[in-house]
Structures are given as C-alpha cells and as structure tokens.
Design a protein around this ligand. Structure first.
Ligand code: CO8
Length: 262
C-alpha cells in the first residue's frame, strides 16, 4: 500500500522502514503510528522478508519523539489512547519473529529512543543522540521507556537518563550498552545492510527460535529460560534448516537455507 509518513522498501529479503516526516524531525503522530502498524503487518505476512531495518529520513533525525504539536492538544483520555497505540505498535515491532536492526541516524528522543529500544539491536551514526526528555515536558516516557531501558542498561543508568532528560551522544550510548556499534553517518546504512545480509543468509527457523528464546528468557528466571531454550532447540531440530545446516557441514559445503516457515 502507499504510505505518506513512512517509506517501505524490500530488497533481497531486507525490508527497510524509514520514518518520513523530516520537517518535524520524523516525530511520531497518530497517522504515522497507524501506517507503521500496517507496514509491520506487511512485514509479518511476507515470507520473503528475512530482516527489517528501521531508520529516519534526512540527515538530522531518526525520530525526535512523539509529535508535541499533537500531544499538547490531548486530555488524559486521548493521552491514554495515544500511549496505548504507541505501546501496541512498539510491542508489535518487538514481537516480530525476524531480526530487527535500528539504524539511528541523528536524534532518537522520547518515543524515538523507545522505538529503537524495541529493536533487536541498535547501530548509530556518530551524530546520533539518544534521550528520554519527557521529564522536561512534565510527563514521563509512555512508549515503554521506563521498562525497556532499565532492562537494557540497568536501573541506575536508566534512572539518570530519565530523571535528567539529558541527551546521550552515540559514543556514550555505546559505552553504556545501549548501542552495539557506531559508524560515520555516510557508512551507517551500508553497515546495517551488511549485517542484515549476513543474518538473512542464516536459517529463518533458527533465527526465530534464537530471538524468541532470548526475549522470553529475559523476562523469566534462569531455570525457566533454560527450559524455553531446550524446547526451542528441539523444535529447530525438526526443521529443514537444521537438516540442511548439519548436512552441509558434513558434506563440507556452504549451507543454503530455504528460509521457509515451518
Ligand atoms: N514534535 C513535533 N515537532 C517537532 C518535534 C516533536 N517531537 N521535534 C522537532 N520538531 C519540529 C520543530 O518544531 C521544528 O519545526 P519548525 O521548523 O516548524 O519550527 C522542526 O522539527 C525542527 O526542529 P528544531 O528547529 O527544534 O531543531 P533543532 O536542531 O534546533 O533541535 C531537537 C532539535 C533538540 C530535537 C528539538 O527539536 C527538540 O527538543 N525536539 C523535541 C524532542 C522531545 O522532547 N521529544 C520527546 C517528545 S515526548 C515523547 O516522545 C513521549 C512518547 C510517549 C508519549 C505517550 C503519551 C501520550
């Protein structure tokens, strides 16, 4: 379908969703969130998609947060509906069975940081800045920031970011474990695509099992997590991918995964 607030491309199994409101630094309004919901449905339903990359249009911003022009008009009920809409679509993003990379090319503030936090990992450009500035607006993060950030970087670091609302530049975000790698602005998308391509060459079934094991295990105790891993491992062994991967190793050739869902 045609989108107005995002761009959607698919090439060699790698889908890219680009937040596309550069004049408002790609701020998230209701219309954009609705389009993102539809695009994520498209991604989930299309078996050809192996990896998803999220990025922002223009050179300045990934996403500068929720659209404050829209936010400022909300009463409590509208705010709740908007927060639920954001949390639902970000939950949908996190629940995608395929790997998702955030390529953060500039500001990732408020809902922008929260969007990136729901991806599997973050690559950033040197000029990227992360932050949860809601406290300076008299509100708090409402798209999962108070929950996902402490799970990633620890409660104390997350509290410092959320209580001060300060921006954290890319290099520091890498140091505290929020970002995996930092590249020049020019190299960011190429590097994200290179990694996406390497991941896309692996088996779809085992990628899905690994992602689900990690995500479900993070929210449980070790013993339960290990049970989840055992079950996922056993299911993998029933897949064509596992047959191909192990046979290819024994035949001393490169595995060719079909990427079929089973
Ligand atoms: N919403 C709407 N418009 C925005 C936003 C935004 N979040 N951010 C920037 N813009 C607009 C500016 O208004 C400006 O528009 P115009 O040219 O028409 O005046 C344009 O983008 C360019 O911005 P600036 O001129 O301000 O650019 P600078 O380089 O000077 O500054 C900053 C860039 C630092 C990013 C600055 O724009 C800024 O501080 N933006 C706001 C960042 C922010 O506070 N984000 C958090 C929003 S709240 C949030 O995300 C909560 C999520 C959960 C909500 C759930 C509850 C309902």
């Amino acid at each position: 379908m045609a989108y107005e607030n995002i761009l959607f491309t698919l090439e060699d199994g790698i889908a890219t969703i680009t937040f596309n409101r550069p004049k408002a630094l790609n701020a998230l309004n209701g219309a954009l969130l609705d389009e993102l919901t539809q695009a994520l449905d498209e991604v989930a339903e299309n078996e050809d998609v192996r990896v998803l990359i999220l990025t922002g249009a223009g050179e300045k911003s990934f996403v500068a947060g929720a659209d404050i022009t829209e936010l400022a008009t909300f009463g409590p009920l509208q705010a709740k509906i908007f927060a639920q809409k954001g949390q639902t679509v970000i939950g949908q993003l996190q629940a995608l069975p395929i790997p998702v990379i955030a390529a953060v090319n500039g500001f990732a503030l408020g809902g922008g940081s929260e969007m990136a936090l729901a991806c599997d990992f973050i690559y950033a450009s040197e000029n990227a800045n992360f932050g949860l500035p809601e406290i300076s607006l008299g509100i708090i993060p409402g798209f999962g920031g108070t929950q996902r950030l402490p799970r990633l970087i620890g409660a104390n670091m997350a509290k410092e970011m959320i209580f001060t609302g300060k921006m954290v530049p890319a290099a520091e975000a890498k140091e505290i474990g929020m970002v995996n790698r930092v590249f020049s602005a020019e190299a960011l998308m190429e590097e994200a695509r290179k990694t996406a391509k390497a991941i896309a060459s692996k088996g779809k079934v085992s990628l899905r099992a690994a992602k689900q094991s990690i995500n479900r295990g993070l929210n449980t105790d070790l013993a339960t997590g290990l049970d989840i891993e055992c079950d996922a491992f056993a299911l993998c062994m029933a897949s064509e991918d596992a047959k191909e991967g192990t046979t290819a190793f024994l035949e001393k050739r490169k595995a060719e995964f079909k990427g079929r869902r089973q």
